[in-house]
Write a protein that binds this ligand. Structure first.
Ligand SMILES: [Zn+2]
Length: 335
């Protein structure tokens, strides 16, 4: 079984696309780059981002999700049952393309297996993570024009995601993160949403992580232990770690991925600040159960800042490890 340093560092998934990649995508859409050249550009970008993660010293990297436009659209485009209308405005000036479900959702062919195999082939560590949008978030961020209820739609999506996860494990995926940023959107859904997520993870033999970020953690806190995952990572920096009290109140007992980097702020956290935040978290959780990550994907930051923030995250974590050493902890954990 693989070993990791205590307080393993990881990313949530996305990373800023290099400017030249955005240009290549534009040229491809205009017919000036063929598909093969576009694939080459995507692979080159994944290489560059993997290298950024390596230089920053991240223990469990991704490819920056550089080949995916957006976390719902990417999947909706590749599954049966969806169609697209126009873009929807979110948060002032940001737009996203909200898909509509117009017939039974169907798994047509693998979604992420090629992406995973390429990432694995260029990774500097075998401890690479693959991320996938979860069934509840896919359902919540789509218009439902076919199923009787959102719940029916979400259960069918869980079956689809489960098929993909089986294929990813077969391709060698060992650390899988299911992204459910919408899980705490409504009180009415959350109870069955837990079942939906668990349904999507049925029979999946890998280290399973769930990502939850912005919103009201009070909605999901009573259910956190019911998710059949090994770890949940949270946006915490932006909330100044207040939710830790809430997690304690509900005896949250799985591994926790602690957000120590605010991805909405252009201020780069200092390593000392990161260390202090980690040590504070250790008042609530055993060090062996704590992983370190940014609050969310880094995609919307300028690339240089995203890199600097990762460097600070790793340096601050190294300082916290020194402190743990003094307290007599072993310096590695089992994956
Ligand atoms: Zn997030």
């Amino acid at each position: 079984m693989a070993e990791l340093p205590i307080l393993p560092t990881t990313v949530i998934g996305s990373y800023p696309r290099p400017k030249w990649l955005r240009e290549a995508i534009r040229l491809h859409k205009a017919g000036k780059l063929d598909d093969e050249e576009m694939t080459e550009a995507f692979n080159d970008a994944a290489l560059a981002i993997m290298r950024d993660h390596q230089l920053a010293g991240v223990d469990v990297p991704t490819d920056g999700e550089v080949k995916r436009d957006e976390m719902v659209e990417f999947f909706a485009e590749r599954l049966g049952g969806f169609r697209f209308y126009g873009p929807v405005r979110v948060w002032g000036t940001a737009y996203y393309v909200k898909p509509a479900v117009v017939s039974k959702v169907e798994y047509k062919s693998p979604l992420l297996v090629d992406e995973f195999l390429y990432t694995k082939s260029i990774s500097y560590t075998e401890n690479v993570k693959i991320t996938i949008t979860g069934p509840y978030t896919l359902a919540y961020w789509s218009y439902n024009e076919y199923y009787k209820t959102r719940q029916d739609l979400a259960y069918d999506l869980a079956k689809v995601i489960n098929k993909e996860l089986h294929n990813l494990v077969e391709a060698g995926a060992r650390i899988i993160q299911i992204d459910e940023p919408a899980i705490h959107s409504t009180k009415e859904d959350v109870e069955w949403a837990v079942d939906v997520v668990n349904e999507s993870l049925k029979g999946i033999n890998a280290k399973l992580v769930m990502h939850v970020c912005y919103g009201d953690y009070k909605i999901v806190a009573p259910y956190l232990n019911d998710f059949k995952v090994d770890q949940i990572n949270f946006a915490l920096k932006i909330y100044d770690y207040e939710p830790l009290e809430l997690f304690k109140k509900y005896n949250y007992s799985k591994e926790i991925g602690v957000g120590v980097i605010d991805v909405h702020s252009k201020r780069v956290e200092t390593p000392e600040e990161v260390m202090k935040d980690i040590l504070n978290t250790l008042n609530y959780f055993e060090p062996e159960k704590v992983w370190i990550n940014p609050d969310c994907g880094l995609k919307l930051l300028p690339r240089k800042l995203a890199f600097q923030k990762l460097v600070s995250m790793v340096k601050g974590t190294q300082m916290a490890r020194e402190e743990l050493k003094k307290r007599g902890y072993k310096d590695t954990i089992k994956l």
